[in-house]
Design a protein around this ligand. Structure first.
Ligand SMILES: [Zn+2]
Ligand SMILES: [Zn+2]
Length: 119
């Protein structure tokens, strides 16, 4: 039996993810915006416009889990397609900022706990 590679396997990851997402940002509130207008999902589409002044949206392929967004790029690169999602730039940036803030808060709490334990 020979391993079959379908046409999807030939596509670069970005094309695959954009195909799977239907060309639409897959953020469902991780960025802090509940996206009520899109029934809980961001309405930004690849090639669409956020505002009259900005250029067309180029969706980004990044980890689906916002907490993975703060990992270094070489670690993100190891994730497979099922752990990735299509993000529009504003959702991606806001979700990452939120994850960073939570991460720092968790670290600070951890340090506070350690300090408490010492005294
Ligand atoms: Zn979005
Ligand atoms: Zn969003």
């Amino acid at each position: 039996m020979t391993a079959q590679t379908g046409p999807l396997a030939e596509l670069p990851l970005w094309d695959l993810l954009i195909h799977l997402s239907g060309g639409r940002c897959q953020c469902s509130g991780q960025c802090g915006n509940q996206h009520a207008a899109g029934q809980g999902r961001c309405e930004h589409e690849n090639g669409g416009f956020i505002s009259k002044h900005a250029g067309p949206i180029r969706l980004l392929v990044a980890p689906k889990d916002a907490h993975e967004l703060i990992r270094p790029a070489h670690q993100q690169a190891r994730l497979s397609a099922c752990d990735l999602a299509a993000w529009c730039p504003p959702c991606h940036d806001n979700a990452r900022t939120r994850a960073q803030r939570e991460h720092r808060k968790a670290l600070a709490e951890l340090q506070a706990d350690t300090t408490d334990a010492l005294f």
